[in-house]
Design a protein. Structure first.
Lengths: 472, 365
């Protein structure tokens, strides 16, 4: 599904994703076999790439960087692989880029050789000019146990993709529809070169293998972000490398040293953030409104920042009241590159920041109906573990999250105090409207007057100036 | 003794006129303030403890000069202010229609006007406020406590309540005594042969006194206070004393509480510091004293902790400066015993009437 969203967004068309999970039969007493079908309206895949794209792990190499949901292109393949391991069934991939033909492959993965096995291949006529990709495979699982997380996943995905239509049909035939509320989409990220602070040995080696340049100066200038001729010269001087040295002749030790020097050199400019595609404050607000329907929303996007050469942007949102439930603690939504993070909440840096914040300063308490959303976008999300479920506690990231949360906290404080004010004024006027007529009525009778005294003047002055609050 | 009826009668009528006038003025005051486009406010003496002082001349507690302002502009005051105006209105209805009511009744009546009181205490407080504002006691505007005290003896009264106007009654006509209620307190005194008033704390002894013809033997009106005397009863005793010039003798249990029942009749209470004419400064506490317990060798109970605490409080009370009071408090503290009025029964049922009473009346004359 994440690939589907990426595929549509790269075309700048609002994504339509259809997911169906259908029951196939019993596997073990605890688990069942399901067929998973994911269909999108994305860019489609060139027919010759289909087998490798789905049947070969670590296909394709990324020499350029941009923010994407997946990092290594592993998710889809791992899912198919998991299905194959548990059910030993081939996966069917059908795709078209909108041309006259639709290609359909039945694939399995040769795990030992890391190669796709084409079980069957069909070419269909694309009468309706369909464009997109449809993946279908079987897998073993326990839907009932996984259901809450799956639904959470959809709901939260819908929250940060308010421009997408998401449909999910579960094994019981229940339809979950998350309808788009906008066609506005975030600006897609631009591809950028890796920043010298963020490289590792593996990346250097790959670059050296493919580079057409025969000297270090050109190599540095052409393969790294924010490195121009002057910077490259300065760096080579600093690291005592000859500008004319052929990068292909670097020994392994020299490559490791190069990496360390790249990280140590102080004069590289920080990476720019055009490779990032944050959701933006408006879309964030739209998404929160759509899925949580709160009474009040405050959102804030931080300016781009970097950690270890990787640019990142923090977006935060806070939702109060309305349909947000009262839980006794804040409801937490975490996202990385528009993917919901569902597990290991307690270990996440956002939760740590929230816990250490002095919310009372903002007149906010955990027993209020309140949800907090933290979204990090980065070319390299600082996950703590390979499970990619929570964000590591890095100083730079923590600072950005904290500053973002402070900003939205100030907004909610303003909202709460303003509302309290309005409430108080309304209540006060209510009290005066209740009692003044009675005073008028009783005093008129006591005084033996036919006509009650006019209290309008007094009520007007309450509306205008409020009332005395001083203690007796 | 024949009283000058005319003067007496005008007392009650004058009082009623005064009450209605005060309530009317109160209404006009508020009405005019609203009409002038101002939030109505009223000033009244503060009833806080700092503003209550004992006046040696008046021989009762009075309020000092400190005032509080209740303003309808202040949202905290608004509800009590409205309640106060309602209470004045309601009292005016009662007084002008010559109906009576009780505090409990006030609490419920308010609901008919969509004027809710949180609880009885809140409505009681508002009535006390009204007393303070007007300088009148609630009985004056026909709000009475539950009646429980009674009077017996040769006193002819003339009713002023609607339906009974002009009718007379002699208070010795019923052997259980006559309830001191609204009808009796608003009556005129016509004539009496009594030359003293004996106030008694407990119903048992009150009945015994009637059975033993104390009223005849001692030419007395007997008043049952039934514990702490209600304000209407205190006012009634005062009237007996001031209008009929009858000396008043008070008999209570021999303990700190009985002693204080007598004191409140004599010097009034701090709670009623905003009111006048509820106390009878010349009344006498005739017994049972602590020294009587010793002298008459009465059967006793020990004073418990609460009793001792009360004694300590009374010792600091400005009303207890007289030598008799100081002596009795001291004796109580020394003997640490108390005795009820019934304790005299150890010497026979009539001993208290035949021996003790005459002695004490003579002693405290």
């Amino acid at each position: 599904m994440e690939n589907s969203l990426d595929a549509a967004e790269s075309l700048k068309i609002p994504p339509e994703v259809y997911v169906r999970l259908s029951y196939e039969g019993e596997a073990t007493p605890e688990t069942q076999i399901y067929k998973l079908r994911v269909e999108d309206n994305g860019i489609g895949i060139q027919p010759r790439h289909i087998p490798s794209a789905f049947g070969q792990v670590l296909f394709g190499s990324k020499y350029k960087l941009k923010q994407q949901r997946g990092t290594f292109g592993l998710g889809g393949k791992m899912a198919i692989l998991y299905g194959q391991i548990t059910t030993h069934q081939p996966a069917t991939i059908t795709s078209s880029t909108g041309i006259a033909k639709i290609y359909s492959y039945k694939l399995m993965i040769d795990i030992q050789k890391n190669r796709p096995i084409i079980v069957d291949r069909k070419v269909l006529i694309n009468k309706d000019q369909w464009r997109g990709t449809l993946v279908e495979f079987s897998l073993e699982g326990d839907y009932l146990r996984a259901m809450p997380k799956i639904l959470d996943y959809f709901k939260q995905t819908a929250m940060v993709n308010p421009y997408a239509n998401l449909t999910f049909v579960d094994p019981k035939g229940r339809l979950y529809k998350f309808t788009r509320v906008t066609k506005e989409m975030p600006t897609p990220p631009k591809e950028t070169l890796p920043h010298p602070y963020g490289v590792d040995v593996e990346l250097l080696q790959r670059l050296i293998q493919v580079t057409p340049y025969n000297n270090m100066l050109e190599f540095l200038r052409n393969h790294f972000h924010r490195v121009g001729e002057i910077t490259a010269q300065k760096f080579l001087e600093y690291s005592q490398l000859s500008p004319s040295k052929n990068p292909r002749k670097l020994s392994h030790e020299e490559i490791v040293r190069l990496m360390h020097m790249l990280k140590k050199f102080k004069d590289f400019l920080p990476p720019d953030a055009s490779c990032l595609s944050p959701l933006g404050e408006d879309l964030l607000k739209t998404g929160i409104q759509k899925e949580l329907n709160p009474e009040f929303i405050a959102v804030h996007q931080r300016k781009p920042a970097t950690y270890a050469g990787h640019p990142f942007i923090i977006e935060v949102g806070i939702a109060y009241g309305g349909e947000v439930p009262r839980r006794g603690s804040f409801l937490m939504y975490r996202f990385a590159n528009r993917i919901p993070l569902l597990y290991d909440e307690a270990s996440d840096v956002s939760v740590r920041v929230i816990t250490s914040m002095n919310w009372r300063r903002y007149h906010v308490s955990p027993d209020m109906p309140m949800a907090i959303l933290v979204h990090i976008c980065s070319t390299k999300v600082p996950y703590k573990t390979v499970g990619k479920e929570f964000i590591a506690d890095r100083v730079e990231v923590r600072r950005e999250i904290a500053n973002g949360l402070r900003e939205v906290a100030r907004q909610i404080q303003l909202f709460l105090s303003r509302r309290e004010h309005v409430d108080r004024d309304r209540k006060r006027l209510g009290v005066f409207s209740k009692y003044l007529p009675k005073i008028a009525q009783f005093s008129a009778k006591l005084a033996g007057k036919e006509k009650e005294p006019d209290i309008e003047k007094l009520l007007t002055s309450v509306k205008k100036y409020g009332a005395e609050e001083e203690e007796e | 003794m024949e009283r000058k009826r005319k003067k007496s009668k005008s007392n009650i009528i004058e009082k009623r006129k005064e009450v209605l006038a005060e309530l009317g003025n109160f209404g006009v005051n508020i009405y005019d303030q609203i009409n002038e486009g101002r939030f109505p406010s009223i000033d009244m003496p503060s009833r806080s403890t700092e503003n209550i002082a004992y006046d040696k001349q008046l021989r009762q507690f009075i309020l000092g000069d400190r005032k509080v302002r209740r303003s309808a502009r202040n949202i905290r005051h608004l509800k009590p202010f409205t309640q106060l105006v309602w209470a004045a209105f309601f009292s005016n209805e009662l007084a002008s229609q010559r109906k009576t009511s009780t505090l409990r009744d006030v609490y419920y009546s308010a609901q008919a006007y969509e004027m809710t009181f949180k609880d009885q205490q809140e409505s009681n407080n508002i009535i006390t406020d009204l007393e303070t504002v007007l300088g009148l006691s609630r009985e004056d505007f026909n709000i009475f406590p539950e009646e429980r005290s009674a009077v017996f003896g040769d006193l002819t009264i003339e009713y002023t309540v609607p339906g009974y106007e002009g009718k007379t009654l002699n208070l010795d006509s019923h052997p259980d005594g006559v309830l001191i209620g609204p009808a009796l307190t608003s009556s005129e005194f016509v004539k009496t042969t009594a030359d003293k008033v004996i106030a008694i704390e407990k119903g048992g002894l009150f009945t015994r006194f009637i059975e033993e013809n104390v009223h005849k033997k001692h030419n007395a009106l007997l008043v049952l206070t039934a514990g702490q005397a209600p304000r209407a009863t205190r006012h009634f005793i005062r009237r007996l004393n001031s209008e009929l010039k009858l000396p008043v003798y008070i008999f209570t249990d021999g303990d700190p509480w009985g002693m204080h029942i007598a004191m409140v009749i004599i010097s009034g209470s701090a709670n009623a510091a905003h009111l006048r004419e509820l106390n009878t400064p010349d009344a006498k506490w005739s017994g049972v004293w602590a020294t009587d317990i010793v002298d008459y060798k009465l059967p006793t109970d020990p004073l418990d902790e609460v009793d001792m605490k009360r004694l300590n409080e009374l010792q600091r009370d400005p009303r207890y400066i007289g030598p008799l009071w100081r002596r009795e408090i001291k004796t109580f503290m020394k003997i640490k015993r108390k005795a009820e009025q019934e304790a005299f029964s150890r010497y026979g049922l009539t001993y208290i009437v035949d021996e003790y009473l005459p002695t004490k009346l003579e002693e405290t004359k």
